[in-house]
Design a protein around this ligand. Structure first.
Ligand code: SF4
Length: 331
């Protein structure tokens, strides 16, 4: 460990650390939930939803005995729903196999659904105070710049103290988010500036090396909205990564026309396209969404009719909420 650097890092953290809701608790369950939420979601979005989720599922036992639907509903708005399903399955596994005690070793943690190398090591350091070295994008960037290296993993042990490993990890995370940002790092205000090789040579933006980016594909989605007596028809999605969520019947295609044709094959006759335009980005796809009033009745047998309010409180993706929000009052 490079003691001078970790001392500077920790004294900066002690003064500047963000009062994030998951930092109030030492409970490994609460920390685990935050780590899973933060995997693919920004700190701001997680901070807005985290406490409500914990209020609904205050401990591991409460989460384990809940229905999958309730967990998905509470996850609403965080995206990447597979994480919620895995969290729930992992909670059940821990109750079944270990009487509810979250494991502390890397090997055992990695047997939990949704817990990979990074999350296991973050939990070991932050929840259990072990000397562990999680490497997320923030920590990777800071380490890579500090040592002006393209292989930051081997340098990370020098930045994590054995006395306060969890705080070092959280400090590197905060530093990466607040000062050592991907673009325009704020080197003049950085506590590690005098030790930073990249800053010294004015090359901060050369690190870490950037992987080539894949362009997002444009996909057209046609959705059918059936409205009766103030209720919308939704069906449960069966395939893919959004499986289990409620959605408007929909079909995808390489063009708007083809998506509409496929949708008609599913739900029968459609009305005129509604004059709303919705765009939505998921993972590596840009969706262009067209909405049509549904006309047939054969399609609307297997599903549920929901009021707008019921829909908002159910396990639906943010896309479904977006579509509901854009619908005219009547058509
Ligand atoms: S001095 Fe600049 S590049 Fe180096 S760690 Fe600090 S913010 Fe990052």
């Amino acid at each position: 460990v490079d003691k001078r650097v970790t001392d500077r890092l920790l004294s900066w953290f002690d003064k500047e650390k963000r009062a994030l809701p998951w930092r109030k608790s030492r409970d490994p369950y609460a920390i685990w939930v935050s780590e899973i939420m933060l995997q693919q979601t920004t700190v701001a979005v997680v901070a807005a939803r985290y406490e409500a989720f914990l209020a609904r599922f205050p401990d591991l036992a409460a989460l384990a005995r809940s229905r999958p639907d309730a967990v998905l509903a509470a996850w609403s708005g965080l995206g990447y729903y597979q994480r919620a399903r895995n969290l729930h399955r992992a909670a059940r596994q821990i109750v079944r196999q270990r009487g509810g005690a979250i494991p502390e070793s890397l090997e055992e943690l990695k047997t939990l659904p949704g817990v990979g190398e990074y999350t296991a090591n973050a939990l070991r350091a932050v929840a259990f105070g072990q000397f562990a070295l999680p490497m997320d994008a923030n920590i990777r960037r800071v380490t890579s710049r500090l040592f002006a290296t393209r292989a930051p993993r081997s340098f990370l042990p020098r930045l994590v103290s054995r006395e306060r490993p969890g705080d070092c990890v959280a400090a590197l995370f905060d530093l990466g988010q607040l000062l050592c940002r991907p673009r325009n790092p704020d080197c003049p205000n950085c506590p590690l500036r005098s030790d930073c090789r990249a800053a010294r040579t004015g090359r901060a933006s050369d690190f870490p090396p950037r992987p080539a980016r894949k362009a997002r594909r444009v996909i057209h989605l046609a959705a059918a909205v059936f409205l009766r007596n103030g209720r919308y028809f939704l069906r449960r999605r069966r395939s893919s990564w959004l499986s289990g969520l409620w959605e408007f019947p929909a079909a995808e295609g390489p063009s708007a026309r083809e998506a509409r044709r496929r949708l008609m094959a599913l739900v029968g006759d459609l009305g005129r396209r509604l004059p709303v335009e919705i765009r939505h980005a998921v993972v590596n796809r840009n969706l262009r969404i067209s909405i049509y009033p549904g006309k047939g009745s054969a399609a609307v047998s297997q599903g549920r009719w929901m009021t707008r309010r019921a829909l908002e409180g159910s396990a639906v993706s943010s896309l479904v909420k977006k579509i509901a929000g854009a619908l005219p009052q009547e058509w």
